[in-house]
Ligand binder design. Structure first.
Ligand code: NAP
Ligand code: GDD
Length: 344
């Protein structure tokens, strides 16, 4: 019989790649989307799998809905990818973020405990938990120091996942995933904002764009690589926590340089702080400026993961380099723009 997976956050980046990965493993996929919206399926569409996922309305705020979805679907595995996932947005909606990203996860765990404690559970934890990292690189045992309502909520979700494992014997794992990007990344995150804006400028649809802090460093990998680690975690005899990363850390400015060069821009940077800007040398025009409104009240300056445990136990390693990632995303958005697609 086919294994059945319930993926929350099906309309997001990871939901799309995980669906594709599990369909290749012959799973039956139930994709949980927000009841209040019509399902956003452009990512599943572009992957050519929208017809292969059974969509179920699902709301992390609503325990009765979660209980009935899990009861009706009776999945073997649940991948909880749904979240209010914008760090900056969490400063604007801290209570909503906590309701969804913290208590919402507890609701899913409680529903599993009530419906069928044999269901395996994956929680989307995050490198944001490290905030101001106490050591470099970060491992599963590095102390946490959340720097936003988002990461504080994810810390509750992380620890309650472990608690339900220890208290009730659930097979509940948490992947501490570092930033992972792709051509399907949400357009509000910095990498995709950069590649979509550069593509629009190149096509003549946009003059310039603004960014915030371009000197923070992230450990950036390719999302398609990362979803296989989620599945590997649920195939282990024992549930556990794993850091999933590349081990390299780069600034946003480095990403801009690589992405821009891969679609033919030659950038020159000048100025400092909020007065810094980039000129497109070929056209002699200012195309990137800095605006304080994109700064965060408290920033995470640098993240870098150590994947020794995932390598050893899951046999997991990333395959796409930072340079390849920037190029892949920039070229993909430029192709979309050239083909007249609206960037979403
Ligand atoms: P994403 O593209 O922002 O997708 C988030 C998903 O959650 C969307 O499908 C969204 O639905 C859904 N959602 C939001 N609020 C919900 C609610 N109240 N009830 C039900 N569904 C809700 O995020 P992603 O990049 O795929 O990331 C997946 C997960 O991994 C998230 O939990 C994120 O916090 C975590 N994570 C991501 C990264 C990363 O670098 N990508 C790293 C570490 C951890 P709508 O489409 O309707 O908004
Ligand atoms: N979004 C955004 N927009 N970020 C900007 C901008 C801008 O215009 N300008 C500079 N940045 C900086 C942010 O200040 C941050 O330091 C960095 O770019 C990355 O921001 P995001 O792309 O929004 O991602 P994030 O690192 O805050 O969070 C992502 O990764 C986490 C894992 O570490 C999200 O996917 C989270 O859900 C995830 O947990």
């Amino acid at each position: 019989m086919k294994k059945r997976a319930l993926i929350t956050g099906i309309s997001g980046q990871d939901g799309a790649f995980l669906s594709q990965f599990l369909l290749e493993k012959n799973y039956e996929i139930y994709g949980a989307y927000r009841r209040s919206s019509s399902p956003i399926t452009w990512r599943l569409n572009e992957l050519g799998i929208d017809g292969d996922v059974k969509m179920v309305p699902f709301e992390l705020l609503d325990y009765s809905n979660i209980l009935s979805v899990i009861g009706e679907v009776q999945p073997d595995e649940i991948y909880n990818l749904a979240a209010q996932s914008f760090v900056k947005g969490s400063f604007e909606k801290p209570i909503y973020t906590a309701d969804v990203d913290a208590v919402g996860v507890l609701k899913v765990l409680e529903a599993i405990r009530v419906v069928n404690p044999e269901i395996k559970f994956y929680q989307a934890s995050t490198s944001e938990l490290f905030g101001v990292p106490k050591e470099f690189p970060q491992t599963e045992t590095t102390p946490f120091y959340p720097r936003s309502p988002y990461s504080a909520a994810k810390l509750f979700a992380h620890t309650i996942t472990i608690n339900y494992r220890e208290a009730y014997g659930l097979h509940a794992s948490a992947g501490i995933l570092f930033n992972h990007e792709s051509e399907f990344r949400g357009i509000g995150f910095v990498t995709r904002k950069i590649t979509s804006s550069l593509a629009s400028i190149k096509q003549g649809n946009l003059d310039s764009f603004e960014l915030g802090n371009i000197y923070s460093k992230r450990d950036w990998g390719y999302a398609k690589d990362y979803v296989s680690a989620m599945w590997e975690m649920l195939q282990q005899e024992k549930a556990d926590e794993y850091v999933i990363a590349t081990g390299e850390s780069h600034t946003i400015k480095e990403f801009i340089t690589l992405a821009a060069a891969s679609i033919g821009f030659d950038l020159e940077w000048s100025g400092e702080g909020v007065n810094e800007y980039a000129i497109d040398k070929k056209r002699g025009k200012k195309i990137i400026t800095i605006n304080e409104k994109y700064f965060r009240p408290s920033e995470v300056d640098m993240l870098q993961g150590d994947i020794s445990k995932a390598k050893e136990i899951l046999g997991w390693e990333p395959t796409v380099t930072f340079e390849q990632l920037a190029e892949k995303m920039a070229v993909s958005d430029y192709e979309r723009v050239k083909n007249g697609k609206r960037l979403v």
